[in-house]
Structures are given as structure tokens and as C-alpha cells.
Write a protein that binds this ligand. Structure first.
Ligand SMILES: [Zn+2]
Length: 231
């Protein structure tokens, strides 16, 4: 999960309070969230896109059509979040929640590995977010949800392996160093799949962080307000 800067311009169709998924809303969400599910960060592989209510509206008209409450998620994450009632989690569109730094994302680049999530900045919201991410990627689901989690881990593994190959090439191939460096920098941008996992590989390695840390630190907001502000 990474910080997402949502557009301050509210899609006009929401004012009618008849639909929260008009084309102007879905287009803006797709643009703001870089076509990614805000929870799992999968991108091109998403089969079902959902306009998600970050806080469940439970019939409340204001919350239902509030632009600040509408997020882009995949069907899998939306259903896990709803089924397990993860209502009090870090808000990726709130810079003060530091979602990326608060949760370490990790996955070994080997088959059948599970994704690991570790709270780095303690708060109730961070713990709940860690649990949601864990359920999404590793949950002991039944039926299709079980398949969806397994597919998600396979996609993550593929991305991490490719990224690891670029890191290895950068270290070992002096002639192609610039090529690999450019590939790594591209992979660290906000609009790539599973960005948080790749940035944490860099953060976890002192030498890599010195070389590449600056390329994504500037994409993360510098707002240092209080963590866990009540929303
Ligand atoms: Zn998802």
C-alpha cells in the first residue's frame, strides 16, 4: 500500500447523489490510483474493478457519495475487507497516515512463499491494515477467494523476481549498469504493480537504499503531521 494523492476536483456526477460509479468517477479513480487496487497494488491483472467505500456507508447518503470516501480496489480485496469488517485501517489518501512507511511489505522471491507484513509505526490502524493485507494475500479462504489469494501471490512473485533480476544485473553487469539502473528506477514509481514491496527491498538494503532511495522518497509525501489522525 502506498500513498495516493486524490484529485481535489470532485467528479460532478456525485452531486446528483444517484450513482457513485459514473464514468467521471471511475475515470478519475483510475487516474488517481494509477489503475491499481489500493490494497494489494495489483494493476493490469485486475479482473474486476470496484469503487470501494473506504468507510462503509450503511445507507448514509453523505458517506455514500463523498468523493473522499471513494477508492479503487479489486473485487478480491473489496470482498475480504467487507467480509472481515476492516473499517479502521490506515487511509492511503491521507498523507499523515504514512501508509508505506508504517507497514513493511516483504516477499521472498521463491515459489510458494507467503507475503509478509510488519508494523513499523505502531497504531491500531496500522495493526488492522497489516491484518487486512495478510488476509488478502495469505488468508485461509475457501472457494474462489482461496484461488484469488494464490493468484495474487503468483503475480507478486513474478514482479519481485523480475525486480530482483534487475538488481542482480545492476550489481554484476558493469557494461549494462545504466540499463539496469533505469529499469530499477522505473519499477519504483508509484504507477507500477506492487510498488511497496519493491521499495521495501531497497529500504532493507543499505547500499541499494543509498543508490535508489532518493528515486522514490520524492514520490512519497513529506507531510509529517500526526500519525493516526481520526478521520
Ligand atoms: Zn486488491
Amino acid at each position: 500500500m502506498i500513498y495516493v494523492q486524490k484529485s481535489s476536483a470532485i467528479p460532478s456526477s456525485l452531486a446528483r447523489q444517484t450513482s457513485y460509479s459514473g464514468e467521471d468517477v471511475t475515470d478519475q479513480l483510475n487516474s488517481d490510483f494509477h489503475g491499481k487496487c489500493y490494497i494489494c497494488e495489483q494493476k493490469e491483472s485486475i479482473r474486476t474493478y470496484n469503487v470501494e467505500h473506504f468507510s462503509p456507508h450503511r445507507g448514509d447518503t453523505f458517506i455514500k457519495y463523498d468523493w473522499n470516501n471513494l477508492f479503487l480496489s479489486c473485487g478480491h480485496c473489496n470482498s475480504v475487507k467487507t467480509a472481515k469488517k476492516f473499517d479502521d485501517i490506515l487511509n492511503c489518501s491521507d498523507a499523515t497516515h504514512h501508509v508505506e512507511e508504517a507497514i513493511r511489505h516483504y516477499c521472498n522471491p521463491f515459489p510458494k512463499e507467503f507475503a509478509l507484513f510488519e508494523v513499523k509505526i505502531e497504531s491500531t490502524k496500522a495493526s488492522n491494515t497489516r491484518d487486512l493485507l495478510d488476509k488478502t494475500f495469505n488468508g485461509e479462504h475457501t472457494g474462489f477467494k482461496k484461488l484469488e489469494s494464490a493468484n495474487l501471490r503468483a503475480l507478486l512473485l513474478q514482479e519481485i523476481k523480475e525486480f530482483s533480476d534487475f538488481l542482480e544485473g545492476f550489481e554484476e553487469d558493469e557494461d549494462e549498469k545504466e540499463y539496469y539502473s533505469n529499469k530499477i528506477i522505473q519499477h519504483l514509481k508509484n504507477d507500477t504493480a506492487f510498488t511497496a514491496f519493491k521499495r521495501w527491498i531497497i529500504r532493507d538494503n543499505l547500499a541499494l537504499n543509498e543508490t535508489f532511495g532518493s528515486y522514490f522518497e520524492k514520490e512519497i509525501t513529506n507531510n509529517n503531521s500526526i500519525l493516526g489522525r481520526k478521520t
